[in-house]
Design a protein around this ligand. Structure first.
Ligand code: TYM
Length: 333
């Protein structure tokens, strides 16, 4: 029996993934490889929706790819590739843009958040149409499920709408994908401001997977909590403490209830120490493995080329079907 197809992507916009990416998404990507035909991509075309330095961009794509392998994505079992190696993403991305309403795109909260400071006027059109390219990433591979963190939910709803719209308007072509969001780790919060999600754009409250053990420990020990003293899992009223419980649970592969049973009623100090140790225990071998992979650039190139080749083969039939259904010249039969 064929395994269900799944797809997810991650942006190469920093020198290191953070623990929100890792616990919110990558961990699940790794686990899902067994029972699914998984496609995972480093979305470098999405990364150029904001200004980039070309040298840094190339470097970040490689570091990102190496980290995915270090996290446990097996490039044999899964198709692990870089988005710009597959022209079909851009091809279907344009089609998705033409199917998306201007008002519909204007309602995307990620765009609003990202342009809240500088104003939409200074953003690129690519940042505005970002979700259309994301829809193309998913629909190209006929993915049935998309493992992501909570912040991607709205983009997945748009993807579903676009798939249905195309299927109704032209021809039954796309699988309509389901989000796969694991509640306990769906939103890891900023350690300095637990009202916000952890994000690479705010490094002070963000633990990077390639941080040193000392940096990790310092950031977790200085996490903002609240004016009470007792550990309790209550995301509404105690977001900082609840976030530390979630992080410890994720890092030790225990449930939140289990961690709360051990630390509940206690002081914040021991919880922070345990969380810091647990994250270091995950991050240290991860960083070592990433360095090893980066030390062998030829092997990394080989893996990336091979992944690109496999992804191109899988994507092309969808572009052909879409072009043909829409009456485009290149899709003539
Ligand atoms: P990106 O690169 O911002 O994040 C990669 C994954 O990490 C998850 N994530 C988090 N999970 C929990 N807590 C957090 N604080 C946290 N921060 C990030 C994200 O939800 C994501 O799953 N638009 C996507 C990339 C993308 C994509 C796709 C995803 C492009 N095409 C197709 C799925 C399918 C993004 O910016 O992810």
């Amino acid at each position: 029996m064929s395994r269900p197809r799944i797809l997810s992507g991650i942006q190469p916009t920093s020198e290191s993934f953070h623990i929100g990416n890792y616990f919110g998404a990558l961990r699940h990507w790794v686990a899902l490889q067994d029972d699914n035909d998984a496609f995972y991509c480093v979305v470098d075309l999405h990364a150029i929706t904001v200004p980039v330095d070309p040298v840094l961009q190339r470097e970040r794509t490689r570091v990102s790819y190496a980290q995915l392998v270090a996290a446990g994505i097996d490039p044999q079992r899964s198709t692990l590739f870089v988005q710009s190696d597959v022209p079909a993403h851009s091809q279907l991305g344009w089609v998705m843009m033409c199917l998306t309403g201007y008002g519909e795109a204007s309602r995307m909260t990620q765009f609003k958040d990202k342009t809240a400071k500088g104003g939409a006027g200074s953003a690129s059109v690519g940042l505005f149409t970002y979700p259309c390219l994301q829809a193309a990433d998913i629909l190209l591979y006929q993915a049935a499920a998309v493992p992501v963190g909570e912040d991607q939910r709205q983009h997945l709803e748009l993807t579903r709408d676009l798939a249905e719209r195309f299927n109704n308007r032209f021809a039954q072509t796309f699988v309509v994908p389901e989000p796969y969001i694991v509640k306990d780790t769906a939103k890891i919060l900023d350690l300095q401001d637990p009202s916000a999600k952890m994000s690479k754009s705010v490094p002070a409250g963000c633990v990077f997977m390639l941080d040193t053990p000392k940096q990790i420990t310092k950031k977790i020990k200085s996490a903002v909590t609240d004016s009470e003293t007792e550990v309790r899992y209550d995301p509404q009223n105690k977001p900082g403490v609840s976030n530390l419980i979630s992080i410890l649970a994720a890092a030790t592969e225990r449930t939140v209830a289990d961690v709360e049973a051990e630390f509940g009623g206690g002081m914040y100090g021991p919880l922070k120490v345990a969380a810091a140790e647990a994250v270091v225990a995950v991050a240290e071998p991860f960083a070592a493995r990433t360095r090893e992979l980066l030390d062998d650039p030829a092997e990394l190139d080989r893996l990336m080329d091979n992944g690109g080749q496999r992804a191109r083969e899988a994507a092309q039939p969808t572009v052909d079907a879409v072009y043909s259904a829409m009456g485009l010249q290149a899709g003539r039969v």
